[in-house]
Design a protein. Structure first.
Length: 168
């Protein structure tokens, strides 16, 4: 399954997400909730002239408040599939299951999540979603906000995606 073969434009993503607000790049910092903004600023401060920072640039200690709701994805292969490396305990509680080791595109009803992640990976830019209906869980009555932050390797390629969410 090739995630990036179906890359959608930002306009199309916005049209397909009429129930929520989507922000990218520098607009993220103007719309993020406080802990997401802290994480964004941490990520941004470690870019050092690059389009994104690397996983090694971020310390767990600097993200300790966000850790329970973080998901760290590996970006795998030429098709850039997302595989869950680490998922926070509160994130698991919020969705009702643990996706560690799973490919996101194999989680039922996660197509919209994959689309937003693909956009962030392809453009190597932060992506913020506010007011998204939780469709990939039996807790589908919930709404969530999510910030996606691409992480790069030594060659400047996105090799990980850091996600931090807030459920309400």
């Amino acid at each position: 399954m090739g995630n990036l073969s179906n890359l959608k434009s930002l306009d199309r993503l916005r049209a397909e997400h009429p129930d929520c607000s989507l922000y990218v790049g520098d607009d993220v910092k103007d719309h993020a909730w406080p802990l997401a903004l802290d994480l964004y600023n941490n990520w941004d401060s470690h870019k050092k002239g690059r389009p994104a920072c690397s996983r090694q640039d971020l310390s767990v200690i600097s993200m300790k408040q966000q850790l329970p709701l973080i998901v760290l994805h590996d970006v795998i292969g030429p098709n850039k599939r997302l595989k869950v490396r680490v998922i926070g305990t509160e994130f698991v509680d919020a969705i009702g299951f643990d996706t560690t080791g799973q490919y996101v595109d194999e989680v039922p009803n996660a197509e919209r999540v994959v689309d937003r992640c693909n956009w962030s990976i392809h453009h190597c830019l932060p992506f913020l979603s506010i007011g998204v209906k939780l469709t990939f869980s039996h807790y589908d009555y919930k709404v969530y906000d999510s910030i996606l932050l691409p992480l790069i390797d030594d060659e400047g390629e996105v090799n990980m995606l850091l996600t931090y969410s807030h459920f309400h």
